[in-house]
Design a protein around this ligand. Structure first.
Ligand SMILES: [Zn+2]
Length: 244
């Protein structure tokens, strides 16, 4: 029997309005959304209440989300690569019964979820752009690979797009683009993420458009959606025009 708790911080709190995980002593207010501490639950209570469910998205790709919905949690995607399973982003709830992955690749710093606990349980490697690790929101989270620039790993192509956050990274795998919350909603009203520097996100958007035109993904996944790739391209071109 492995003593799971031996690997875990004694104290970790989950903010119910947003899903942000606070590691260590309970703060008075959530550093992400500002909710008061009476809206927090311990990670143990969170594990009991919130079950991470999995929905198939494409061959070898599933979307993971907590049920009931946990605040603003952004969807996680599990990819069964030829080199083994990995995640892109991470659920806010810790469920020790999930199937392990060897690596967690983040799009950006805002929703690192319970990645420190999954990392401890599975000895998983956490990858996020170096610029993202400088944020106070990321400071308490363990990172194994603070990468810079573009790279390929497990057959997944990673591109630093910046814009929404300076180290914002999108991933292409097979015929799927993983774009998290760079632009939404997935329809004609699509806008570039408004919590961003307007000039920088427009520049990042131009590069992402170029990459998507070259690769023509069949599907695009976001923080709470999966949409046809050609439809997304049209919506995204519209969002870039409106941002210009
Ligand atoms: Zn919060």
């Amino acid at each position: 029997m492995i003593d799971l708790n031996a690997n875990f911080p004694l104290q970790q709190w989950v903010c119910l309005p947003c899903g942000y995980n606070m590691i260590g002593k309970m703060p008075d207010v959530c550093p992400f959304c500002g909710a008061r501490h009476d809206k927090f639950v311990s990670w143990e209570a969170g594990e009991e209440t919130y079950r991470v469910g999995s929905t198939p998205v494409a061959e070898g790709i599933t979307q993971l989300k907590s049920s009931p919905r946990l605040g603003l949690e952004h969807a996680c995607y599990r990819i069964e690569t030829a080199d083994g399973p990995v995640w892109i982003d991470c659920p806010s709830a810790f469920n020790r019964t999930l199937e392990p992955v060897s690596d967690i690749f983040f799009t950006h710093k805002d929703f690192m979820g319970a990645s420190n606990q999954y990392r401890a349980q599975w000895d998983a490697k956490v990858h996020i752009h170096q610029a993202e690790t400088l944020s106070p929101l990321a400071a308490a989270f363990s990172v194994d690979d603070a990468f810079t620039g573009d790279f390929t790993s497990h057959g997944i192509e990673a591109f630093q797009i910046g814009g929404h956050t300076s180290g914002f990274t999108v991933y292409f795998y097979s015929n799927v683009l993983f774009a998290c919350d760079f632009a939404f909603p997935p329809n004609k009203a699509m806008r570039l993420n408004p919590f961003s520097d307007k000039t920088e996100i427009a520049a990042g958007g131009d590069r992402l458009l170029q990459l998507a035109r070259e690769r023509r993904p069949r599907l695009v996944t976001g923080y709470n959606f999966v949409v046809d790739g050609d439809d997304w391209l049209g919506f995204f071109e519209g969002a870039l025009k409106r941002a210009a």
